[in-house]
Ligand binder design. Structure first.
Ligand SMILES: Cc1cc2nc3c(=O)[nH]c(=O)nc-3n(C[C@H](O)[C@H](O)[C@H](O)COP(=O)(O)O)c2cc1C
Length: 387
């Protein structure tokens, strides 16, 4: 009798596991990871498409991938635009992070173009800057950059390989400060006019930043608009990742594979809902902030759209250089966001860490990650090409 019951329970458990694993999409091939293959760009003959294949591996706010590329009719040039259909109006009402995310793309394009034997000429805002409000019409008519690929000699940047290895790592980091040499290397690699990088490791600074960041997360987690926006772009299972090939996933948190597959299945069958998701996000972030040995702040002299793009270029360099050295990073952007409920914390972080007239464009936790994490989805190159 007892034995039968045990066998029955074991069968039930096995069935439940299989149902969860299939609901989570374990049977789907991970097509959304194709662009991370080192040879992916070779699938395109046009070197402009090849460089776009490097660009789209860049980090972007919420992994929204806000990039549209228009190929010019003659010659090897293209223009990069913000895709006005890919914005985050709740957390980023002025599209500042969206514009920072253009800089990360351009830095990958630059490094990739050099690898292919071109000297890229990258001119920012050739038709004038996107307006400060981030209107769709200004995004549609004013390119962020014109990129011309001028044939030259192939040059391998020491950061090239990191384009494929870089990942936003949302795990606790080890209690090991960066060495002076590491800090210096990061700073050396990240120059750009009007942009400064500050790295903090002193106890008092760490505590002040952590306190601000935690309060920022608390504010955001209580707000239905930002939480809905984040929930909408969260891809809970493999099917959703393949369908959208953008957005946030569980892959960056370093869960063991089977556990992640089960959590994905569970979340598919019984969706968490915005409130519980906010709660789980807040708890995870607070734990990660507590286990962070260093923070970086990227600050610009002013806050023009050009400054924002340059901040993105610097962030990408910083993260690529960190990747080479085994230093992981995760931006923590909440206190830098421009919606009214964040106003007091925005002021506080600027009063403490920025000079008169300066804008903090990125706040980033840094350190050696406790474990490796997986890549997030990327769209196909051709999805970025207009027309
Ligand atoms: C401007 C900007 C702001 C970001 N802010 C955050 C943030 O507040 N929290 C976070 O966990 N990741 C943040 N990220 C990281 C993105 O979510 C991440 O790049 C994206 O999900 C793609 O993942 P990947 O970097 O691993 O390729 C930010 C990235 C950029 C470029």
């Amino acid at each position: 009798m007892m034995r039968k019951a045990l066998i029955g329970s074991a069968i039930l458990l096995a069935v439940a596991l299989v149902v969860l694993l299939f609901a989570g999409g374990i049977h789907h091939p991970k097509e959304y990871l194709d662009p991370w293959e080192r040879s992916y760009h070779e699938g395109f003959d046009d070197p402009r498409l090849q460089t776009v294949a490097f660009g789209l591996l860049a980090p972007s706010s919420h992994n929204i991938q806000p990039w549209t590329v228009r190929l010019e009719e003659d010659g090897l040039a293209f223009t990069l635009f913000v895709d006005p259909k890919r914005l985050l109006p709740e957390v980023d009402p002025l599209s500042r992070q969206i514009v920072v995310s253009q800089g990360t793309f351009l830095e990958n394009v630059r490094i990739g173009a050099e690898e292919l034997g071109f000297t890229p000429e990258i001119d920012l805002f050739t038709e004038g800057e996107i307006d400060p409000e981030g209107s769709a019409s200004s995004m549609e008519t004013r390119p962020v950059a014109r990129v011309a690929l001028v044939p030259g000699e192939a040059r391998r940047s020491p950061l090239y390989g990191a384009i494929f290895d870089r990942v936003t790592t949302r795990t606790p980091y080890l209690d090991r400060p960066l060495t002076d040499g590491e800090v210096q290397k990061l700073l050396d690699l990240s120059g750009e006019p009007g942009v400064a990088v500050l790295i903090f490791q002193e106890k008092a600074d760490l505590e002040a930043i952590r306190d601000l960041a935690v309060r920022g997360i608390e504010v955001e987690s209580e707000l239905s608009g930002p939480m809905r926006e984040t929930g909408e772009i969260f891809r809970i299972n493999e099917g959703e990742k393949n369908l959208h090939r953008d957005g946030l996933t569980l892959d960056s948190q370093g869960m063991p594979g089977l556990l992640q597959a089960l959590v994905q299945g569970f979340g598919t069958i019984i969706p968490l809902g915005d409130e519980r998701m906010a709660d789980s996000w807040r708890k995870g972030e607070v734990e990660r902030l507590e286990r962070t040995p260093a923070y970086a702040i990227i600050v610009t002299d002013a806050n023009s759209r050009t400054d924002q793009v340059r901040a993105g270029i610097v962030y990408q360099r910083l993260q690529l250089a960190g990747t080479v050295m085994g230093i992981s990073m995760q931006p923590v952007s909440q206190v830098l966001e421009e919606y009214p409920e964040m106003g007091a914390l925005y002021l506080e972080v600027h009063e403490r860490f920025a000079g008169e007239g300066e804008t903090i464009q990125m706040l980033v936790r840094m350190g050696e990650a406790e474990k490796a994490v997986g890549h997030s989805p990327r769209r196909d190159v051709m999805d970025l090409i207009a027309g």
